[in-house]
Design a protein around this ligand. Sequence first.
Ligand SMILES: O=C(O)CCC(=O)C(=O)O
Ligand SMILES: [Fe+2]
Length: 335
Amino acid sequence: MVNEEKRATHKTTVPINRMATNSEIPTIDLSPFFNLVDDDEDKSKKKVAEMIIEACSEYGFFQVVNHGVPLHLLNKTMELSKIYFTFPDEEKLKCSPKAGALLPAGYSKQPEVSPNKNEYLVMFSADTGHNLLPTNPPEFKESLEELFSYLSKTSQILESIINDCLGLPPNFLKEFNHDRSWDLLVAFHYFPATEMEDTGLLEHEDVNCISFVVQDEAGGLEVRKDGQWIPVVPEPGKIVVNIGDVIQVLSNTKFKSATHRVVRPKGRSRHSLAFFYSLHGDKWVEPLPPFTKEIGEPAKYKGFFYKEYQDMRRKSMTHTPARAEDIIRITHYSV
Ligand SMILES: O=C(O)CCC(=O)C(=O)O
Ligand SMILES: [Fe+2]
């Protein structure tokens, strides 16, 4: 009961618009950036850039097609992930993160008291040597590794598009964010909603640079725009992209880190795959001069080391404060 009451305090008071549809979340065709046949490549790239500028300045969310990730690989990984999460706990716990690991790779379940209701498997780039991946079901590990490397390539392309959309010097973000060891891929399993509540993941903004999400048919991802929750209806082949706090801070809020959450469906599980294009923990993050002094605008955030912010966020998720307003968000660094 105490937990139910505690969870209830996290319920948002923003009205829910369940009638809204995906048409409000722009879909952007990335084919001009993947060398697909095009008579007028420069014009097409410019069009994509315009759409991305609009989506990122409006609310930081969009969907992509022709994104370079093979659809059969997305589907296969999702199917294997669904099988993996049906395994008994003792099997899944064989991949529990090593105590004291700097970056906790492996299988974890949200603590009972957490308002988030899911279990998940985290992996980093195979090069880091941090991973603890299951050998069962067969091919799951290989699929995850392959998917990781495709998503990594796509995120680097998207980062370079965003770099240009922000008007930064060529390759600025690539050089700033050259270390790929903090990028991570997470396979999620959300438990079916109970009679009392349907929160799968509390409303939040992502800490990192750019996130990618693929949901199964159950859906449940919702984005907040103009005070309303817009459901992101899963569509085969589309990948959902959202801007994280790092880009919001660097651009001094020119590009937005959107608030989103996961609502659990009743009577069924929900699965998703999320890739977080990140930043090395030792990086210092602060609003960049082209968005501040060079245009006479005050910086909206104090600077911080990425790992300091990420640590605080992780703690506030595992030991969630009773009051939603005490959960650490990027506003912690607001000036
Ligand atoms: O599972 C999803 O659809 C989204 C997950 C998410 O927003 C996150 O892990 O930050
Ligand atoms: Fe998120």
